[in-house]
Ligand binder design. Structure first.
Ligand code: SIN
Ligand code: FE2
Length: 218
């Protein structure tokens, strides 16, 4: 019998939002309840539109493996970055965005103060230890009225939260399984990235981190 003196067997209390700046917030553990279902859905999506390493316009192979679901998918090749309704690798539309994904994105955006978020693109990033994502802005959407919702699953990463200019000093924000970052409004075009992941394993993902990035692109 436990006397409830220790917290280990208690459900985690909802954690307070951690504001990075106005318009940008880390919601710790927000995606824990649906996490296993999200990862099952990622497997089903990747069975239709496999993870692949895209080539940048400059000809480099990205170390992060990517796929997409939803009406629009983010892709990169020699000709540039774009959103495409068709997976260039399969020639078919991207797999549909699961209802669970849409609901989570909507709820997280609302918790961050952006009500009514209805993403039409979900980029799925898969990181292995050593994989990184250099500082960039999300600016291929053509309009910036809608926030970005970014869900972390699996092994931990250090997220870089920069400023309006690439050279601005970037904060290092640890992101764990189930954490969600939302940024929009005045923070929508902030530079951000991910430091090379250390070796680790997670019971649900093995030696991988899965990131879901929801956007309104069309
Ligand atoms: C991204 O910027 O597309 C992904 C960020 C992350 O993996 O946390
Ligand atoms: Fe990004």
């Amino acid at each position: 019998m436990t006397l409830g003196l220790f917290d280990d067997d208690q459900p985690a209390a909802p954690q307070a939002p951690e504001w990075l700046e106005p318009g940008a917030v880390v919601l710790r553990g927000f995606a824990l309840p649906p996490a296993a279902g999200l990862l099952q859905a990622v497997d089903a999506i990747a069975a239709q539109s496999p993870f692949r390493h895209l080539i940048t316009p400059g000809g480099k192979r990205m170390s992060v493996a990517m796929t997409n679901c939803g009406p629009l998918g983010w892709v990169s090749d020699r000709s540039g970055y774009r959103y495409d309704p068709v997976d260039p690798e399969t020639g078919r539309p991207w797999p549909a965005m699961p209802a669970l994904f849409k609901q989570l994105a909507r709820d997280a955006a609302e918790a961050a103060g952006f009500a009514g978020f209805a993403p039409d693109a979900c980029l799925i990033n898969r990181y292995a230890p050593g994989t990184r994502l250099s500082l960039h802005q999300d600016r291929d959407e053509g309009h910036y009225a809608h926030p970005i919702v970014s869900v972390s699953l699996g092994i931990p990463a250090l997220f870089l939260w920069g400023g309006a200019q690439r050279a601005d000093r970037a904060r290092r924000v640890p992101l764990l399984h189930g954490d969600v970052v939302v940024w929009g409004g005045p923070a929508r075009l902030r530079f951000h990235g991910v430091l090379p992941l250390p070796e680790a394993t997670h019971p649900l993902t093995g030696a991988h981190r899965i990131n879901l990035t929801f956007r309104k692109a069309g």
